[in-house]
Design a binder for this molecule. Structure first.
Ligand code: GLY
Length: 359
């Protein structure tokens, strides 16, 4: 058994993230004596959701959500509230969110907002959901002006990552999720990079021990970071708190927006990491070997490393990034492997030239 099979997150109320084949069998234990459970699930998991419900002694309200980002809307949120009201959900009841990152984001926000907050459990079914979305208490929905602009910090009481769910995950989604784990490798745990580089094909196999180890290490990085700065409040000057999890995300969010969200999040994050590596190289923060490693590790798993967009459009879109303060653009960059820092208001020409290396 890997020592990272159970990882504790200790920000406010501590909870465990269990990552293994069969982790879903722990759900009845988390539900305990709870009277009512709302099980919110992605359509593709309908059968598994029924099986899960059958194993619970609580009264279960089944709520099938629209697929992926279509779940993260104000309309769906209201429909979920109406259903909880209809079935008499009280503060002692529990919500379970079962699906990818969008499902756990929406589910978490339903839980955070219903009666000003009820307990919830996340059951992520994708690599991205396991390594990022389901852990750390960021919940929310999208509005026309942008993704995740409305939300709340509310931590789950437990996270069960059942690796058997990855069997049916499309290969491109697994690859894109792996990019978020690679991000954790660059900001905090280089062993993740070694594991990918040693055998990239094995890292992409849903049932490999290597992928399980990479996912667990990615979760461990996230758990450490959010335990120290749940509400993204501790970055000071160049020192970076939870914002480090946004490594590569500033350009990524701009690409996603300009591409009308047709790119997978992880694919855009990969290009965004190559960009900030070029920025850090130009600023003399990292050497050529580390900058180049960004491209080679991503190329090894077949993830994109370039994007041919219009710089002016990208620059505009980046101004709306959540890390921006006033009109000062802020990036997470590395000043060495596993050592992130904030770069605030870099020279505009350096920004543009660095983009020239990514096109
Ligand atoms: N996905 C970035 C974070 O959870 O802070």
């Amino acid at each position: 058994m890997s020592e990272l099979e159970t990882i504790r997150v200790s920000a406010e109320k501590p909870y465990d993230v269990v990552t293994r084949v069969g982790a879903l069998e722990l759900l009845p234990e988390l539900v305990g004596e709870t009277e009512r459970v709302a099980l919110l699930y992605a359509p593709v998991l309908a059968e598994r959701a029924k099986e899960l419900a059958a194993g619970l002694s609580a009264q279960v309200t089944m709520i099938e959500l629209p697929d992926a980002e279509a779940a993260k809307t104000a309309d769906v949120l209201v429909q979920c509230w109406d259903k909880l009201a209809e079935d008499g959900f009280t503060r002692s009841d529990l919500l379970v969110a079962f699906g990818g990152g969008a499902t756990t984001d929406l589910g978490g926000f339903v839980a955070a907002s219903w009666l000003r907050g009820i307990r919830f459990v996340t059951l992520p079914s994708t690599v991205l959901g396991m390594v990022d979305a389901a852990v750390g208490g960021k919940t929310g929905i999208n509005i026309a002006a942008g993704k995740n602009l409305v939300g709340a910090f509310q931590e789950p009481i437990g996270v069960l990552c059942d690796l058997s769910l990855l069997e049916t995950l499309p290969a491109d989604d697994l690859r894109a999720g792996l990019v978020e784990a690679i991000k954790c490798g660059f900001i905090a745990d280089p062993v993740i990079l070694d594991l990918v580089e040693e055998d990239p094909a094995d890292a992409l196999r849903w049932d490999s021990d290597r992928l399980a180890e990479i996912v667990r290490r990615g979760i461990a990085v996230k758990a450490r970071v959010v335990s120290g700065d749940l509400k993204e409040a501790t970055s000071q000057g160049a020192t970076v708190g939870r914002e480090q999890l946004n490594y590569g995300h500033t350009l990524a969010h701009a690409i996603e927006k300009l591409e009308n969200y047709s790119w997978r999040h992880g694919e855009a994050v990969g290009v965004g990491m190559v960009y900030v590596a070029e920025l850090a190289r130009a600023l003399g923060k990292i050497d050529d070997a580390l900058a180049d490693r960004h491209r080679t590790v991503l190329q090894a798993i077949g993830a994109p490393v370039s994007y041919a967009g219009d710089w002016a459009d990208l620059r505009d879109a980046m101004s709306l990034d959540k890390k921006t303060r006033g009109s000062t653009l802020r990036f997470v960059i590395l000043n060495g492997l596993g050592s992130p820092e904030i770069c605030a208001g870099p020279d505009e020409q350096v920004l543009e030239d660095s983009y020239g290396c990514v096109v």
